[in-house]
Write a protein of this length. Sequence first.
Length: 292
Amino acid sequence: MKNALGRIAAASLIAGIALTGNQFAASAGELPAGADRIGVLQNGDLSVKQGSVFAGWSSQRGDVARFEIAGDRVGALTTDGTLHVKEGALDASWVAQASGLKDFRLSGNRIGVLRTDGSLAVKEGLSGSFVEQISGVTDFELTNNRVGVVTTTGTALVKQGDLFSAWTEQASGVKDVELTATRVGLVRTDGSVAVRDGLTGSFVEQLSDARQLSLAGDRIGVVRTDGSAVVKNGVFGSWTEQGAGISALDLAGDRIGLLRADGTAAVRTGVQGSLVEQAAGVQQIGLAAPSA
């Protein structure tokens, strides 16, 4: 999650949750059932909570420009353009990944980095080697089996499979691409949104005047240019209003995270659940769910 979004954009700090019953070890991209995470960035300080939306915050690090959470991984891009990633418990050590960056993504076992020169590279595992993908990139997205990019010409390309797979052109006139393991979502330069299942299926028009698009599982979320946010289940589902004055949203599992223009952040469970306030003075909010 940019999820521009993205792909979304505070507070201070966590209490780990105790697991009972049938436990299993968390691996990258996977958390024990119920161990959802919420992260907030406030004045460059990153904090993450795990489990309940009412859990306490765990301070992670400062001097952060943006962050992402994917399963049991947390990534932080510091203001000097260096990416640090930790895996496992929230008190795990950070591992430096690359420098000279302007953006990054985490998904499953993959780490993608967009350098300041517009070149994109992706690796698998914290200690794996980066594999060069393409240059001239303005936006990109990752899943555990897909890489999507928008080039400087506004062309959206997606590859599926290993990191050496061929690109499949999706559309032109694009400014943002969003992916799940099965779906491709586009925000065009005119603000219209279209989503399709598969790399070659027909795009289904969704709405216009979009500022941000987020995809997760069967859900589609959009923040409109007027600051209203809507979420639907399925490409043909009905939109449910989430709120006004929204600057960004994030989706993970059955949770919806909202960042308001006034800097307050809230999370709800389900498209019609009650909002639970999380923090104020927030620059970015990010969510992760089991197997996210």
